[in-house]
Design a protein around this ligand. Structure first.
Ligand code: ADP
Length: 257
């Protein structure tokens, strides 16, 4: 499961990087292309015109590459009907090999038949991420509890800037009885590359948040030092996606997450 997660995280950060890069590159290449185009019409100096054509052609090729990079980043984001039972079964299977003996794993699913529109792989990756973080937070053992339940949320629940709205949600919670977090860690949790672990990527939670946001949902955490931590993911029920939309606030998330 660790290897699986690292692969998924790599892919996710690659997609994130590709998305961010594409945007920046496009802004660079477009003026280059335009400059090349006007230079190639330069009548007075054939050499300059040839260079202009070269610049234009390279600009075009670059833009094409950016386009395919963008479709690659989006290609991983097909929506499907996700069944809660299937999601947790798959997670359970992935976790079997990773949960040490001194950790008691519980999965509690209200209604396994509940289903919603989303991306199974991405959400599984979120849960796996959170679960492995939880396991790492309990080196001396403890309890890992994963819950899925339907919950109605009112408008007051959501924070400024969250695109989610009131309605029916699936709550997926991952709770541990581990080391918990202090205020400083809580404040930086979703910053890219923020990690307190040797060899940590600091991308796990950001990637979760991004995935949840692109599903039109929200993420919350409760934590107390030496008590434990609980992450909640809220995913809207009864919403139909064709494609999981590009996280519209990706840049906001990356900028000042
Ligand atoms: P990484 O796991 O690579 O450090 P994450 O983005 O997943 O990256 O987590 C960032 C930081 O948040 C961790 O380094 C850790 O300090 C803290 N953290 C995340 N989950 C937990 C948890 N369940 N218990 C305690 N601390 C946690």
């Amino acid at each position: 499961a660790e290897a699986e997660l690292i692969r998924a995280q790599r892919f996710e950060s690659l997609a994130m990087l590709a998305g961010g890069l594409s945007h920046d590159l496009r802004n660079l290449l477009q003026p280059l292309l335009l400059a090349g185009e006007s230079l190639q019409d330069y009548q007075d100096d054939p050499r300059l015109a040839r260079l202009g054509k070269l610049v234009r052609d390279c600009g075009r090729r670059g833009l094409d590459m950016v386009q395919s990079m963008l479709s690659f980043a989006r290609g991983a984001r097909r929506a499907e009907q996700v069944r809660v039972g299937a999601l947790l079964d798959a997670l359970n299977l992935l976790l079997q090999g990773s949960v040490p003996r001194n950790i008691a794993l519980t999965l509690a699913v209200d209604d396994p038949e509940l289903s919603f529109s989303g991306n199974h792989t991405e959400l599984q990756q979120c849960l796996l991420n959170l679960s492995l973080n939880a396991i790492q937070a309990m080196p001396g053992g403890g309890e890992l509890r994963i819950e899925a339940a339907e919950q109605a949320l009112t408008r007051e629940f959501f924070l400024d800037g969250e695109s989610a709205d009131e309605g029916r949600y699936l709550r997926l919670s991952v709770a541990d009885t581990g080391c918990g977090m202090d205020a400083a860690t809580l404040a930086h949790l979703y910053e890219p590359f923020y990690t307190t672990k040797e060899g940590g990527t600091g991308l796990g939670l950001l990637s979760c948040k991004r995935i949840v946001a692109s599903h039109g949902g929200a993420m919350r955490v409760e934590s107390a030092p030496e008590q434990g931590t609980c992450f909640h993911l809220y995913l809207p029920l009864g919403v139909q996606f064709d494609d999981i939309p590009e996280g519209e606030d990706d840049e906001r998330l990356l900028g000042n997450a």
